[in-house]
Design a protein around this ligand. Structure first.
Ligand SMILES: Nc1ncnc2c1ncn2[C@@H]1O[C@H](COP(=O)(O)OP(=O)(O)OP(=O)(O)O)[C@@H](O)[C@H]1O
Length: 456
């Protein structure tokens, strides 16, 4: 595909600055844009194989030499972690890397279906079956990295990519860290709606221990809740309320969106969204949960089959099962073609309680809000789950803070102001250093976005 005028903002690095990359790869169209990078499809000249290349500019005019060094250091740390994770089916594979004095190129396997987040905006919610497949793959990836002592710290649907067969690939290890034996962390980093209570606690109270790998399992719980219901468990228009809800682990399986969902997924979520990290399920324990047991029969290997005792044929039982199956099929068919009547009153007063209407309403809502979360500099993914425009939210937040000053604890106010002042960023987060952007533009972006990643 030709590189269009619309992409002129995303200029390709000059050939003289990235000779090695151009010698091996042919860059193609832009696939997406992160805060610090542009991702393009590219073709490996020798093999004709397609990949995705993440191009990071480390020469922004406003970036000092020290910051450029920090960015390079942070990317190298990410590369090392990606190499440690090589070979797992559900972790993005890093194929190649190039570094010039001005750009860093990371060549990844290509995930054509984009982010799980975008998939979710199209389908609104996922079925239990689809959720089971995705969550199993995600938790297997998390179990794998935890086994190696790696903590991800930014698990969310935006960082989960989908391949052609809708299998997941865990990506974006920008905040990942290899934990030393017995180490705990105290950095406040991640994305607000997915932060575990203990991450918030370390920046609120001095006497609190650091946090560990358990924070990823909290985020796994938030993701699972979001996939099944179409909205996150702790979101609140006023950030301070959201933080409180997270700290207290207050969320609910509200009606009607959870009415048709069975107990096992709810039980698993409730064992992940546990405030005390020591009582939260680990990745390995989560994989043992009954929610994942149903499909296990399908994954029995031939060698295991030999050890499974064969049941004796019982004609009466087989006949009975066949009759039940036929009757059930008729009932389901009947219900499909002759659904029970819905009263006009119900539709008038509570259309959302009727499943079909609910799907239509949700679909429309997502269509309206989705344009706010399109990729690009102004992306604001948190807005997907909001009902007020972002700038109003900012005003509402400010006036709310004033109103509540007397009531809300100082700790929460401090924490909230930390979260909403990413300009306090100190640590080498490559995401700060946007391609050729002025300081005021950058500030504007952060102010508009609740989804800003922070690292204090
Ligand atoms: N391997 C890939 N295959 C296909 N598309 C990709 C791949 N990697 C990234 N993308 C697309 O490019 C976009 C930007 O990717 P990137 O990893 O830079 O995103 P980000 O995590 O939002 O950025 P940042 O880490 O700078 O905050 C993603 O939203 C995704 O849609």
């Amino acid at each position: 595909m030709a590189i269009t005028d619309m992409e002129e903002d995303y200029d390709l690095p000059d050939a003289s600055l990235a000779k090695e990359f151009y010698a091996k790869y042919e860059p193609k169209e832009v696939l997406g844009k992160g805060i610090s990078s542009v991702v393009r499809r590219c073709i490996e000249k020798q093999t004709g194989q397609e990949y995705a290349v993440k191009i990071m500019d480390v020469t922004e005019e406003t970036t000092s030499d020290v910051q450029a060094d920090e960015v390079t250091y942070a990317v190298k740390k990410e590369i090392n972690i990606l190499k440690m994770c090589a070979g797992h089916h559900h972790i993005i594979a890093l194929h190649d890397t190039f570094e010039s004095s001005t750009f860093i190129f990371l060549v990844f396997e290509l995930c054509r279906k984009g982010e799980l987040f975008d998939y979710l905006t199209q389908v609104v919610t996922l079925s239990e079956k689809r959720t089971r497949t995705i969550m199993r793959q995600l938790i297997e990836a998390v179990a794998f990295i935890h086994d190696k002592g790696i903590i991800h710290r930014d698990l969310k649907p935006e960082n989960i990519l989908l391949d052609d067969n809708l299998n997941i690939m865990l990506s974006d290890f920008g905040f990942a860290h290899v934990m030393a034996q017995g180490e705990t962390l105290t950095d406040l980093c991640g994305t607000p709606g997915y932060l575990a209570p203990e991450v918030l606690a370390v920046s609120m109270y001095e006497q609190v221990d650091g946090y560990g790998c358990e924070v990823d399992m909290w985020a796994v719980g938030v993701i699972m809740y979001t996939l099944l219901s179409g909205h996150p468990p702790f979101w609140h228009r006023k950030q301070m309320y959201m933080l409180r809800a997270i700290m207290e682990g207050k969320y609910k399986f509200g009606s009607p969106e959870w009415d048709d969902i069975s107990d096992p997924p709810k039980d698993l979520i409730s064992k992940l969204l546990v405030v005390n990290p020591k009582k939260r399920l680990t990745a390995k324990q989560a994989l043992e949960h009954p929610f994942f047991k149903r499909e296990d029969v399908l994954s029995i290997s031939p060698s295991m089959l030999q050890t499974v005792p064969v049941k004796e044929f019982n004609a009466k039982r087989t006949f009975k099962v066949a009759i039940i199956a036929v009757l059930t099929t008729f009932r389901i068919r009947n219900l499909h073609f002759n659904p029970p009547p819905i009263s006009i009153d119900t539709i008038k007063h509570d259309p959302y309680s009727v499943k079909n209407f609910r799907k239509i309403i949700d679909g429309c809502a997502f269509k309206v809000y989705a344009h706010w979360v399109k990729k690009g500099e102004e992306q604001n993914r948190a807005a997907l789950f909001e009902i007020t425009p972002k700038m109003d939210l900012k005003v509402a937040q400010n006036s709310h803070s004033q109103e509540q000053e007397g009531n809300d604890s100082k700790d929460y106010q401090n924490l909230e102001s930390n979260l909403s002042q990413p300009e306090l960023l100190q640590v080498p987060d490559p995401r700060q250093y946007k391609n050729r952007r002025t300081e005021s533009e950058r500030r504007n972006i952060y102010q508009k976005s609740d989804d800003v990643k922070f690292f204090l």
